[in-house]
Design a protein around this ligand. Structure first.
Ligand SMILES: [Zn+2]
Ligand SMILES: [Zn+2]
Length: 139
């Protein structure tokens, strides 16, 4: 599965099984996306490959360790490695695949009052245990 930023300068591939998506409704994701939630997935590092980069990646890190990487040219968020883990965070909007499905909502307890969550996906009040959460994202 291929992922491409808005300007095409950053491209990557996810190998193997198509992962499920999650939406994070926390206040940090709200600011960093400018929207109600951040839709993304997490895959193992071995399943991830950069395929083309001709734009620079800019990194912004909060004191908490929350990090967002984005394309310096177009501003799209781009994948980044999860701290010291062998896992890569992938922003869902960059993925070019129509089979994707949101199966988890996290930090539902801090969602904006105008954020209406619909559908059948599982809702978690906060963040589940990371290992458990990653296993929920696999098909
Ligand atoms: Zn770009
Ligand atoms: Zn969040």
């Amino acid at each position: 599965m291929k992922g491409v930023c808005l300007c095409g300068g950053i491209q990557f591939e996810i190998l193997g099984t198509t992962p499920n998506l999650y939406q994070c409704h926390c206040s940090v994701c709200r600011k960093s996306t400018g929207s109600s939630s951040n839709t993304a997935t997490i895959v193992k590092s071995e399943q991830f490959r950069w395929s083309h980069t001709n734009s620079d990646i800019q990194t912004f890190t909060l004191q908490s360790g929350y990090r967002i990487d984005f394309c310096k040219r177009c501003g799209s968020p781009v994948p980044n490695q999860l701290r010291d883990k062998e896992l890569v965070w992938i922003p869902a909007g960059l993925l070019e695949n129509t089979e994707l499905k949101v199966t988890q909502h996290i930090f539902v307890s801090s969602k904006a009052h105008w954020d209406m969550i619909g559908g059948q996906a599982t809702e978690h009040e906060e963040m589940p245990n990371l290992e458990e959460f990653v296993s929920l994202l696999k098909c």
